[in-house]
Ligand binder design. Structure first.
Ligand SMILES: Cc1ncc(C[n+]2csc(CCOP(=O)(O)OP(=O)(O)O)c2C)c(N)n1
Ligand SMILES: [Mg+2]
Length: 694
């Protein structure tokens, strides 16, 4: 069949025509950008087409309908597949006020601007840029991990909000992944967790094309994937030809019928190499076909060989009659039922609405503890646990857990009814992620894009195990809260394998990320409030294992200063200070002790607590200068971390007390002396700073 813009076809021909439209759009966009992957979209086109057209419960006219099925393209390099689908299905754009507009999310012009500055079609799908992209993918394995979080979220929402006769939440998560995804550790962790939790709303479609970028997958990947997933507790099925839509249907139906475990569909496919003679070559792919191959490929599809970005008549209408019609009906039915539900369960409906717009419920910060002065004090992880437990009682959708360190991170929700999230109780608020930090982080991102408020804990040192997920949350502008405890050599005997050294500056280096290292229990309260209100990126709480004094806030400044990132905690009683002592977290109490000693000697000292550099940097210059007056150049910083970055605050004449090596295994008191985090060391540094500044 030769195709032109006016070709009129029906039935199976229309399927083929649509599939080839997706393929040629990918070829042309990659060719025009002269960069990108045409092969994966070409190979996957029938798989995704059949899914969208026949199965996905999704209304292109309302892409934020809460009960829509989620489609995740974990193989983010196949982004053109998704952009072509969004365009052909006519998915509308949602604006910054969370309103659906009449505009297309991805127009044909945007496809022509694939990978260009400011386009809605960036190289890999970015959820904060393009409506219909449910989560940002590209770093392989992450989309798989996100999809498990989405499946957890759906199960939790269903268990929490559905009522007899009202299935408010009953959607599925469909994920396309490739060899690369399944080689990545994060996907393995996530698959293990999903199998354990029996997430039957989760389907991964594995593009088994036996090829990766370097060449045949067999060069690096030979395990029996199907057996592995059976071992994880998944339902595993296979489609031997990606182009066989009827067999794909059967596999998708099998998923829908499976009620007690997640499903992996292994689809044997051929990556698109261009014309058929190249199909079996081992040549590298992941680059444009080139003009000649593009021409031959189009000939092979019956396409006019010179046509570019051709969308034959009937293709968009066909999508409209399939996914469009079905999605609209489902959404309208849902909206009708939801109106009824809202009458019968106004409180629950209100919660759902608030959640959808990422608002916190009224009174979300009521009953938060306030801590009296106490020289012995308590660990900041301890006060954090108390604050979290108070917040979680006010915010029903604050849900999370820890990577097997709940008792250490103090992340366990202990109040009546909190419960465990498990395969037999999906309404529980405590998620046991197991020793799977990376999957926890990826799942948190998936929960966040599903509009839950997720929190997750581990030792601060093991933030390295999930750093990529923090980075993605920051890029996606989606809120997640990390509870990192055991934040320094202060953890003592566990030793250098567990003692973070470079993590603070490394995490402060991630854009759009708020790092909070509160100094005492009352700063912890404030830090949690900030974390809860950080609505467009991750907030990281960095907390001590060891006790720190709770400052007397009548004597020193209020902890409310935390909201400005840094504040004057104690000041010279008259005139301008001779020296400023600054620090974060557990080291602030050292500053206060040194302050009292120097003050007794008649030296004018200021103590600045700096729980969050990022928030301090957001303040105006006059506030910043009021905390760190430019003419006070005698400054000392103290932090049990690589001091990288403190130069900015201590200036060229300042002193920095920090860690310059790994820690050691010993009781904390001994480490404190050994590594020089003592009041004496601070006094010496302060005196030197004063004399250097003269
Ligand atoms: C974490 C990560 N490592 C490396 C890459 C670069 N990369 C992009 S596609 C790809 C090949 C992946 O192979 P496969 O998943 O089989 O996709 P196919 O080539 O079959 O489309 C690689 C290594 C990446 N995107 N993410
Ligand atoms: Mg592959």
């Amino acid at each position: 069949m030769a195709v032109s813009e006016q070709t009129v076809v029906s039935g199976a021909q229309l399927d083929t025509l649509t599939v080839n439209t997706i393929r040629t759009l990918a070829i042309d966009a990659v060719q025009k950008a002269n960069s990108g992957h045409p092969g994966a979209p070409m190979g996957l086109a029938p798989v995704a087409y059949e899914l969208w057209q026949q199965y996905l419960r999704y209304d292109p006219e309302n892409p934020i309908w809460p009960n829509r099925d989620r489609f995740v393209l974990s193989a983010g390099h196949a982004s053109m597949l998704l952009y072509a689908l969004l365009y052909l299905a006519g998915v509308r754009r949602v604006n910054e006020h969370h309103q659906v507009t009449d505009e297309l999310s991805v127009s044909l012009d945007e496809i022509k601007r694939f990978r260009q500055l400011g386009s809605r079609t960036p190289g890999h799908p970015e959820s904060h840029i393009t409506t219909g992209v449910e989560t940002t993918t590209g770093p392989l394995g992450q989309g798989c991990g996100n999809s498990v979080g989405m499946a957890i979220a759906e199960r939790w929402l269903a268990a929490t909000y559905n009522r007899p006769g009202f299935d408010v939440f009953s959607y599925n998560i469909w994920t396309i992944c490739g060899d690369g995804d399944l080689m990545e550790g994060v996907a393995a962790e996530a698959a293990s967790l999903a199998g354990h939790l029996k997430l039957s709303n989760l389907c991964w479609i594995y593009d088994n094309n036996r090829v990766t970028l370097d060449g045949p997958a067999s060069w690096s990947f030979s395990e029996d994937v199907m057996t592995r997933f059976v071992g994880y507790g998944w339902n595993v099925t296979r489609v031997s030809d990606a182009n066989d839509l009827r067999t794909l249907d059967r596999a998708y139906d099998t998923f829908l019928k499976t009620a007690d475990k997640p499903t992996l569909i292994v689809v044997d496919s051929h990556i698109g190499y261009g014309s058929p003679h190249k199909q079996d070559s081992n040549e590298a792919h992941g680059e444009p076909l080139g003009d000649e191959e593009a021409r031959l490929t189009k000939l092979n599809y019956g396409w006019p060989e010179d046509a570019k970005f051709l969308v034959p008549e009937g293709v968009k209408e066909h999508f409209h009659d399939g996914i469009g019609k079905r999605g609209r009906e489902l959404r309208e039915q849902w909206e009708k039922r939801f109106k009824e539900y809202a009458k019968q369960y106004p409180d629950l409906a209100r919660q759902i609405e608030l959640m959808q717009s990422r608002e916190l419920p009224q009174g979300w910060d009521k009953n938060l503890p306030s801590f009296p002065a106490d020289a012995k004090g308590m660990a900041t992880r301890e006060s954090s646990g108390k604050v979290l437990n108070a917040l979680a009682q006010n915010i029903p959708w604050l849900v999370g857990g820890s990577a097997d360190l709940g008792n250490s991170n103090k992340t366990t929700l202990k109040f009546e009814g909190a419960g465990n999230f498990s395969a037999s109780s999906y309404g529980g608020r405590n998620i046991h992620f197991g020793v799977r930090e990376h999957a926890m982080g990826a799942a948190m991102n998936g929960m966040s894009v599903s509009k839950l408020c997720p929190f997750g804990g581990t030792f601060f040192n093991f933030s390295d195990y999930l750093r990529p997920t923090i980075r993605l949350a920051a890029l996606m502008e989606t809120p997640v809260i990390y509870v990192f405890t055991h934040d320094s050599i202060g953890l003592g005997e566990d030793g250098p394998t567990h003692q973070p050294i470079e993590q603070l500056p490394a995490l402060r280096a991630i854009p759009n990320t708020v790092v909070l290292r509160p100094a005492d229990a009352n700063e912890v309260v404030e830090a949690w409030k900030i974390a809860m209100q950080t609505s467009e990126g991750p907030a990281l709480l960095v907390l001590s294992r060891q006790a720190v004094p709770t400052f007397d806030r009548n004597k020193y400044a209020s902890a409310a200063g935390t909201a400005k990132g840094a504040y004057v905690l104690a000041d010279a009683e008259r005139g301008k200070p001779q020296v400023i002592l600054m620090g974060t977290g557990s080291e602030v109490s050292l500053c206060v002790e040194a302050y009292e000693k120097l003050k007794a000697e008649g030296i004018l000292v200021r103590v600045v607590s700096m729980p969050s550099w990022e928030i301090f940097e957001m303040q105006d210059q006059s506030y910043k200068d009021s905390v760190l007056p430019p003419d006070v150049t005698a400054r000392v910083s103290v932090e049990m971390s690589t001091p990288l970055g403190w130069e900015r605050y201590v200036g060229p004449k300042g002193q920095m007390i920090g860690m310059h090596s790994f820690g050691a295994s010993a009781p904390w008191k001994d480490l404190q002396k050994h590594f020089g985090f003592t009041v004496e060391a601070l006094l010496t540094a302060a005196r030197k700073a004063i004399s250097d500044a003269k």
